[in-house]
Design a protein around this ligand. Structure first.
Ligand code: SF4
Length: 362
């Protein structure tokens, strides 16, 4: 076994994490759910979401039968909503193609929606003891530093080099401890900023540490400025009720409930009157909220429209008026939730300062 793997396994046994809600189980559903939730998301954030999700959907069949709205509602706030949609689609696929039993073969696991090579390997390793390499963002960082791999890991050639390394380091036994240890090392010791090299189990063989290049590796993504887009969102408020509109299934925030979007204030007034049959009492522009996606920044100008009278609630597909409390419990994108929270119980002007923040989502 490589010295690297041996050190990681020994360290995991004494210093790694053992008591997370999805550990100490071989249930592939529990492991799969946790692996998906943990993508791009920290353990502490995931735990309450994971518990709520498991309570409502204790197994694959309950998830497969669920309404996607409910799945998205339980995911609301965790971000990267395509993960929830894929999870739901994969559960259905498991029922249809695998008789409701989570597949064992790596190729079958990887064929499920939303499961990439590294996640498939982690699930197969934890659930079945399969010996396959993982390479998530944390592991890429550890390997790039420890073996001084040059180049941005998002580039294909660099990634391939890292995969080859990851494969070559796989131990013949204790695969679960090795996978967990690699993940834990990246998440708790080999941090992207200020890593704890003095507590690292592989420091004695780490090239970046020896060469004093820890902060240069992995090579950062070549800089390019992200484009900025702008939009307006209408907060139509009638008494205590707010109007929400369902997003199309495809595209950003697909299938979530959102505030109606518009080019400008004029369009908001027009659609409030013509589309939603509102008699407007007052219109107030609120402070701009900046929301960052992976590929662009979005500047959102919320426009509060106080409504005197609204058209009787004839069924309008994809649109609903909800009391503010209930609206906050719906499947909403993070910035919409922030806008509504800021408005709840106070005026937009007072709460405008709350909007001066950047949030990350996909
Ligand atoms: S010594 Fe430092 S840079 Fe090297 S693997 Fe350990 S924590 Fe990471």
């Amino acid at each position: 076994m490589s010295q690297f793997a041996e050190a990681i396994i020994a360290w995991q046994r004494t210093h790694g994490r053992h008591d997370l809600p999805w550990q100490r189980t071989r249930d592939p559903y529990a492991i799969w759910l946790s692996e998906i939730m943990l993508q791009q998301t920290q353990v502490a954030t995931v735990i309450p979401y994971y518990r709520r999700f498991r309570e409502r959907f204790p197994d694959i069949s309950s998830l497969a039968q669920a309404d996607i709205n409910e799945v998205l509602r339980l995911w609301s706030g965790l971000g990267y909503y395509s993960r929830a949609r894929n999870l739901h689609a994969a559960a259905k696929q498991i029922v249809e193609r695998h008789g409701g039993v989570f597949p064992r073969r790596l190729a079958d696991i990887e064929a499920l929606p939303g499961i990439g090579r590294s996640t498939a390997a982690a699930i197969a390793g934890f659930a079945y003891g399969a010996r396959a390499a993982i390479l998530d963002g944390n592991v890429k960082r550890v390997l790039a530093r420890h073996f001084a791999v040059e180049g941005y890991p998002g580039e294909r050639a660099v990634e391939q080099k890292l995969w080859a390394l990851a494969e070559s380091l796989l131990p013949a036994r204790d695969i679960e401890a090795y996978i967990q240890g690699s993940m834990d090392l990246g998440a708790t010791i080999c941090l992207s900023k200020r890593p704890h090299c003095n507590r690292c189990p592989v420091a004695s063989t780490c090239a970046a540490y020896a060469q004093n290049r820890v902060h240069e590796l992995p090579t950062p993504r070549p800089r390019k400025t992200l484009p900025t887009r702008e939009t307006h969102m209408a907060v139509l408020l009638h008494g205590d009720e707010v109007l929400l509109q369902r997003r199309p299934a495809v595209g950003i925030w697909g299938g979530l409930w959102c505030l109606p979007e518009a080019e400008d204030e004029g369009e908001i007034r027009r659609s409030a009157e013509r589309l939603y049959g509102c008699e407007i009492r007052d219109v107030q522009r609120l402070a701009v909220l900046r929301h960052s996606f992976t590929h662009f920044h979005l500047l959102i100008t919320p426009v509060l429209v106080q409504v005197r009278k609204a058209r009787p609630r004839a069924a309008q597909p994809g649109v609903m008026w909800l009391p503010m409390d209930e609206a906050l419990g719906a499947a909403l994108p993070t910035p919409v939730k922030r806008i509504l929270r800021a408005l709840g119980g106070s005026t937009g002007r007072q709460q405008a300062a709350l909007f001066q923040e950047t949030v990350q989502d996909l």
